[in-house]
Design a protein around this ligand. Structure first.
Ligand SMILES: Nc1ncnc2c1ncn2[C@@H]1O[C@H](COP(=O)(O)OP(=O)(O)OP(=O)(O)O)[C@@H](O)[C@H]1O
Ligand SMILES: [Mg+2]
Length: 431
């Protein structure tokens, strides 16, 4: 039968239970005392000294032992503190038992507890109590995720610091070079850890209001491609100024001219077809990392300008060529990354928009605008880029490998930093 937890945690069987948090310290004291006693009894008055030397010597010699004791003590105390809050928030199983902490992982911005749940508590019931737990734990926010093994185990993440408070330094500034076949770092997540995405075999759509940080996000992606000398870069810049700094490392650069854009897309389509012929001749289905042909990155900033500008026949040709690259380019090693303010169907036809596999929604004015980028329904589930603080530029929701949007702040690259990356990229490509 369900036992209601008392509301006042200070009146609990809980106070003696607090002592349980000190079990490792008590255990160590008892074991040491018994060892000293026995040593005295069997080895005479030198016995305790000998035991003392062995204990201190082991602690000095074995770092792993020191660490195990320290992490055990820290874990027990954290468990007790967490359980006190769980109790006061009435997160108590049917038999009156509390979740147990199986392990604790430190995060740059907080902690993740792996919890074993008693019967009566489950993921959804915990989710309902998260706002109350955040208050009890004095945290910025608390998240819960299922573990993959069993419904009995969940991961409770308690976030204290705000990792988005300051701009994120780009890892490209310290990277000697990159390998685009491996995941690239886009920025920092809510837990303070780096957020990475594997771009190979994917296409990426970035949306958000003016000044939300789309072009800065693109810079991290273009920079990662530029520092891999085997990657060919094609840049389309409807505004002419956003990607201009990368011009010297780009194999093809298109400004606002739609005719030129169509010509370059035709070139890319031809290159794609040739790659498919070579693959077919070698009985292979897709490009691989040791192939002579490198990855092709196609970056389009201000996509709307190409899809809305110029003559109708030309923009329809542009749309059709882009659709073809998105639909078939994956296996040929073509990665399309595009940014635009609001990719509503009047601006970006759905037959193009729906082909982008990864989405990044920077701040938007409305929930609808956020859903236009991430896909229908995410705002209702609590993932809306309209909730982003306009003062924190570069924060967005990324929908990629995990299948659920994650919040991140993209790494910042200012003009001088971009110049520095470009210089190194040119050098790498010269060799
Ligand atoms: N990740 C970030 N960290 C810190 N500052 C950022 C970040 N992203 C953007 N900003 C700031 O916001 C400004 C605008 O960003 P950006 O030019 O990328 O916006 P945008 O979305 O491309 O806008 P538009 O649609 O007008 O082109 C940048 O100049 C920079 O100062
Ligand atoms: Mg821009």
């Amino acid at each position: 039968m369900y036992r209601e937890a008392p509301r006042d945690p200070t009146r609990l069987p809980w106070m003696p239970y607090r002592v349980w948090g000190w079990r490792l310290e008590f255990g160590l004291i008892v074991v040491t005392s018994v060892a000293l006693e026995l040593a005295h009894k069997y080895l005479g008055h030198m016995g305790p000294d000998l035991v003392g030397v062995v204990i201190v010597g082991s602690l000095i010699a074995f770092r792993k032992l020191r660490r195990a004791i320290k992490s055990g003590i820290v874990k027990n105390h954290r468990e007790i503190r967490l359980q006190a809050v769980l109790w006061s928030c009435e997160v108590v199983g049917r038999a009156g038992t509390l979740p147990v902490v199986k392990s604790v992982k430190e995060l740059p911005a907080g902690l993740t507890y792996v919890l074993g749940l008693p019967t009566g508590i489950y993921l959804e019931s915990l989710e309902r109590q998260l706002p109350e737990l955040a208050v009890g734990l004095d945290a910025r926010s608390v998240r819960v995720r299922p573990s993959l093994e069993t419904a009995r185990v969940v991961e409770l993440t308690v976030l204290r610091k705000d990792p988005f408070a300051r701009p994120i330094t780009s890892p490209l500034l310290t990277a000697e070079r990159t390998l685009l076949w491996d995941p690239i770092t886009l920025g920092t997540g809510e837990d303070g850890a780096p957020v990475t995405v594997g771009l190979v075999e994917h296409s990426f759509l970035i949306g958000g209001e003016s000044g939300s940080g789309k072009s800065v996000a693109l810079a991290s992606i273009v920079g990662a491609a530029a520092l891999d000398p085997h990657v060919n870069l094609t840049l389309f810049d409807g505004k002419e100024v956003e990607l201009a700094a990368w011009r010297d490392v780009a194999d093809r650069f298109v400004g606002s001219s739609l005719d030129e854009a169509v010509r370059v897309l035709e070139d890319l389509q031809q290159m794609m077809n040739e790659r498919f012929h070579v693959l077919a001749a070698n009985r292979r289905r897709k490009l691989q990392r040791d192939d002579v042909d490198g990855l092709e990155m196609v970056v389009i900033d201000e996509l709307a300008l190409f899809l809305r500008g110029g003559e109708r026949a030309t923009r329809e040709r542009f749309a059709e060529l882009l659709r073809d690259l998105l639909a078939r380019g994956r296996a040929a090693g073509i990665i399309v990354v595009a940014a635009t303010q609001k990719p509503s169907h009047e601006v970006v036809p759905t037959f193009i928009r729906d082909l982008f596999s990864y989405r990044l929604a920077m701040r938007c004015a409305t929930r609808d605008a956020s859903d236009t980028i991430l896909g229908q329904g995410w705002a209702a589930e609590g993932y809306s880029a309209s909730s982003i603080d306009p003062a924190q530029r570069g924060v967005g929701f990324l929908l990629a490998e995990g299948g659920v949007p994650v919040q991140l702040r993209t790494a910042n690259l200012d003009d001088d930093e971009i110049d520095w990356v470009v210089e190194r990229a040119i050098e790498l490509r010269r060799v």
